[in-house]
Ligand binder design. Sequence first.
Ligand code: TZP
Ligand code: MG
Length: 207
Amino acid sequence: MMHGLYLVTDAGCAGQAGHTLPFVVEEACRAGVQWVQVREKTASTRAFVELAAELKRITETYGAKLIINDRVDVALAVDADGVHIGQDDMPPTMVRNLIGPDKIIGLSINNLAELESAEGLAIDYIGAATVFPTATKQDTSSLLGLEGLREICRRSRWPVFAIGGIKAGNLQAVLQAGAAGAAVVSAICGHPSPYEATRQLNQLRNG
Ligand code: TZP
Ligand code: MG
């Protein structure tokens, strides 16, 4: 099941909408989100593992996958389904050695060169960033647009999850470009109703 709707958490974004992350994740799971990535850039390790453990109980209940951003130790500590790493994180081969053959590894790539340098790695999916302009992440490199995404999907031997500025209005175009799935932050975390937002995105995906 390497496809579907993929929620990436952002506590700040959720907080601005008046939500806690456990609330957002439970609502999104209730509405059928398939993937949840815990992404914490400033939390202490203690806070990170406690949040991850709490979200694991929720995703497990609903049958969604739980992926941990950057931190192999946190993923192991809570027995998450996998780890998502970027170009500056622990190299994928080392991650694989630590987490074993059965866990999921996702790798972010920002361009074709990074996709090519992933050739031969024991990863399971690609995160293709950044498709559209987004206010959620500051340090995004150049935008892929739909054309750049299409080229990455064509050349990737792994399923591609697109990320960056994806919302109801452009989800279908992203999937038509060849993405196996779409990853969103603000479209769910920042929505007044994470449940309704997820339901709408899921309907578009299936429609
Ligand atoms: N990586 C590339 S863009 C991005 C991440 C984590 C944030 C995407 O957020 P949004 O709100 O879905 O545009
Ligand atoms: Mg990272």
